[in-house]
Design a protein around this ligand. Structure first.
Ligand code: BTN
Length: 255
């Protein structure tokens, strides 16, 4: 097992960051949210999390030394209403990182920002706002875990290779920063086509669960605000900003 190593992560990183590495931590997102405000990029990674959190307050399984538990805090001077598309952009930055490592198997995005392979979750993203100008971007990416018979997967399961997480983390920081800087300059629109290319839900019959309602329909991609476009069976178009998506069960059994 190759452990996280500060010198190795920083060695080929062309931008300044404050790196906080921990053996064990409750949650890397929580840690960065509690740091005093700064205009620097703050990065926190841990070998294990005892209270790793996902979307909707779910637990994020974070065993020691196997995967990436990453949080990055960026100070952005931008309007918060663009945050929903920012969260979609992060999925693209993670995919771009994997491509740099020649991992080109069909890893797709599930709106808003899950990474999936063969309908199993490879990674998840939790973007949290700190104040009007700062966000914490939390990324959990399954790397070297043995995941056969689990409802999630890892890069090891996909490629049969073990990865040095330090190298992946360096590239992840580079890609995140590049994507964020471009987003700040030109907005989300230039990214939409790439997002559609990796959209696992496109033209699928899905259900979106929200706290107060559940909507079913056919997914039609995303709009410029990063909202999911869904057409229900009455032909009404919905633009959804949040929710949990699942492929709709069909009313027959396979025989
Ligand atoms: C999800 O799919 O629900 C999002 C999962 C996000 C998990 C990561 S792991 C690093 C960071 N720290 C946390 O507590 N959560 C995020």
């Amino acid at each position: 097992m190759i452990l996280l190593n500060e010198a190795k992560i920083l060695e080929n990183l062309p931008l300044p960051v404050n790196l906080h590495l921990a053996q064990t931590i409750d949650s890397t997102n929580r840690y960065l949210k509690a740091l005093p405000a700064s205009s620097s990029i703050e990065i926190c990674c841990a070998e294990e999390q005892t209270q790793g959190r996902g979307r909707f307050g779910r637990e994020w399984h974070s065993p020691f030394g196997e995967n990436i538990y990453f949080s990055g805090r960026w100070h952005l001077n931008t309007d918060l209403s663009r945050l929903s598309s920012l969260s979609l952009l992060i999925g693209l930055a993670v995919l771009a990182t994997l491509y740099k490592f020649k991992i080109t198997q069909t890893i797709l995005l599930k709106w808003p920002n899950d990474l999936i392979w063969e309908e199993k979750k490879l990674g998840g993203i939790l973007v949290e706002l700190i104040d009007q100008t700062s966000v914490v971007i939390g990324i959990g990416l399954n790397i070297n875990s043995i995941t056969q018979d689990k409802p999630w997967c890892s890069l090891y399961e996909i490629t049969s290779k073990l990865f040095d997480r330090n190298l992946l983390i360096t590239e992840l920081i580079i890609q995140l920063d590049q994507h964020i800087q471009q987003f700040l300059q030109v907005g989300f629109e230039p990214f939409i086509a790439t997002w559609q290319q990796f959209d696992s839900l496109y033209q699928k019959q899905i259900t979106v669960s929200q706290p107060l309602q559940t909507i079913s329909g056919v997914a039609q991609g995303i709009n410029q605000m990063g909202q999911l476009i869904l057409i229900d069976k009455q032909g009404v178009t919905h633009y959804l900003s949040s929710g949990e998506t699942s492929l709709k069960e069909l009313g027959f059994k396979k025989i």
